[in-house]
Design a protein around this ligand. Structure first.
Ligand SMILES: Nc1ncnc2c1ncn2[C@@H]1O[C@H](COP(=O)(O)OP(=O)(O)O)[C@@H](O)[C@H]1O
Ligand SMILES: [Mg+2]
Length: 413
């Protein structure tokens, strides 16, 4: 029986993945461990393509000299290519490129590992002249999520109309302008953030609702649509859009494990740096789905009694129920006063008392109430495109908040 040739691996040393045109997804944790892939700050956090066509492979260069496998796989007992009848010969090993040090290997450059996706969907790892087939093992949420090269921020407030969606949309824009890749997950059936970002899924395209309903790891992968504003916004902002149909997920709240479904749907999909989750004005099931998936909560609060009371409810809810939500590390990262009208007595009074209510949590700048925010929302356009002084002012407020978000991510990394 003739041996089908093993396809030549596609070379994609860590740190050079960006040179290739593959969509990049995080290497699954179990392969990461075996391949010894180590993330480097300059290496796009170790992202390499793993959704390769069947039968192709990638070359991964480890950063450190040879070291023992963290988990040595068992020798092959079955074949990566069933048709071959025996273990396929390895193609000659091209020299590993050392991340950040140009072509060729150099000091600090370690073993080269090739990862192949076989025609049967099984993954093989080759090092030197050894090839090992990894037994199909569905990645666990914990496995996929153990290393998070990104931060998920749930934007919450129990009171409606306080500027959550405005915060998500304009913060996403500011982060994108600053060069970040941003995902917006619209967890509100009203779909305001989706509409304002001009994220228009086709009628038959899945949205966040179907992704949650599917209840599978990575189910959200096919649901993202780019922001429709054009330019850097379309390049850098993706939206997991919502339709009113999302309301139907609420009735499933009583199903065992339902609250983990969004986290499962996002697993491995949002390998971008920031995901902003726009929550509905409630602490019910949809917000809880977001809180289970999130790393931190950002509260938006109008400086009025009801707005502050709603913010206190969110703060207490996170403190009291993070464990119940199976996310004990969830915390409130900040409270952003929004729709602030300076000179309005009640706003000045409430702002003066904010530090007492939320010690150490109040972010500045505060987001001013400006008609231009409504105008941008209604015209489905970024604030900066309105080119007026108030639009610039508010956009600059969001730029400053974007700086704080980036700092938050640096601290968490
Ligand atoms: N800073 C602001 N200045 C003026 N209007 C604002 C501002 N933030 C939000 N709005 C407007 O207030 C209304 C409610 O805001 P929205 O972001 O939809 O709140 P939420 O998502 O909390 O319900 C919308 O019409 C929105 O355009
Ligand atoms: Mg909203």
């Amino acid at each position: 029986m003739s041996t089908p040739p093993l396809p030549a691996p596609v070379e994609a040393a860590v740190g050079h993945a960006a040179e290739h045109s593959f969509p990049r997804y995080a290497l699954p944790e179990h392969l990461r461990a075996i391949a010894g892939v180590r993330a480097t700050p300059a290496a796009d956090d170790g992202l390499v393509p793993t959704d390769l066509p069947v039968g192709t492979g990638i070359l991964v260069a480890t950063r450190r000299p040879r070291r023992p496998w963290p988990h040595r796989p068992q020798p092959v007992t079955d074949h990566p290519h069933p048709a071959a009848g025996h273990r396929p010969p390895l193609t000659p090993q091209p020299p590993a490129r050392c991340p950040g040090s140009g072509p060729g290997s150099g000091p600090g450059c370690g073993a080269a590992v090739r990862v192949f996706l076989g025609p049967d969907g099984r993954t093989s790892v080759a090092q030197g002249d050894e090839m090992t087939t990894l037994r199909a093992r569905p990645p666990s949420v914990a496995g996929v999520e153990r290393r998070r090269p990104r931060m998920r921020i749930a934007v919450c407030q129990n009171k409606g109309g306080s500027g959550k969606s405005a915060m998500v949309v304009n913060l996403a824009a500011a982060l994108a302008e600053a060069g970040e890749l941003v995902d917006v997950a619209d967890v509100d059936p009203q779909g305001n953030a989706s509409r304002r970002l001009a994220a228009r899924p086709a009628a038959d395209q899945m949205t966040i609702s179907e992704a949650i309903k599917r209840d599978a790891l990575g189910a959200a992968r096919d649901a993202y649509v780019p922001c429709g504003w054009g330019g850097v916004y379309s390049e850098r902002i993706r939206v997991l859009p919502a339709r009113f149909e999302l309301e139907n997920r609420i009735s499933e709240a009583g199903t065992v494990g339902a609250v983990k479904r969004l986290k499962r749907a996002l697993a491995g999909c949002d390998d971008r740096r920031v995901t902003l989750l726009d929550c509905p004005p409630s602490l019910g099931h949809l917000t809880q789905l977001a809180m289970v998936a999130a790393d931190v909560v950002l509260i938006v609060a109008e400086p009025e009694f009801d707005g502050i009371e709603g913010a206190v409810r969110v703060l207490n809810f996170v403190r009291d129920h993070a464990d119940d939500l199976n996310n004990p590390r969830l915390r409130v990262a900040g409270v952003v006063p929004s729709r602030v009208r300076s000179g309005l007595g009640v706003h000045d009074f409430q702002i003066a008392g904010l530090d007492e209510c939320f010690p150490g949590l109040v972010w500045s700048p505060h987001i001013r109430e400006r008609a231009v925010v409504k105008a941008a929302a209604d015209s489905v356009a970024p604030l900066r495109s309105l080119r007026t002084a108030p639009a610039r002012e508010v956009a600059e407020d969001f730029d400053k908040l974007a700086v704080q978000v980036r700092k938050l991510m640096e601290v968490a990394a």
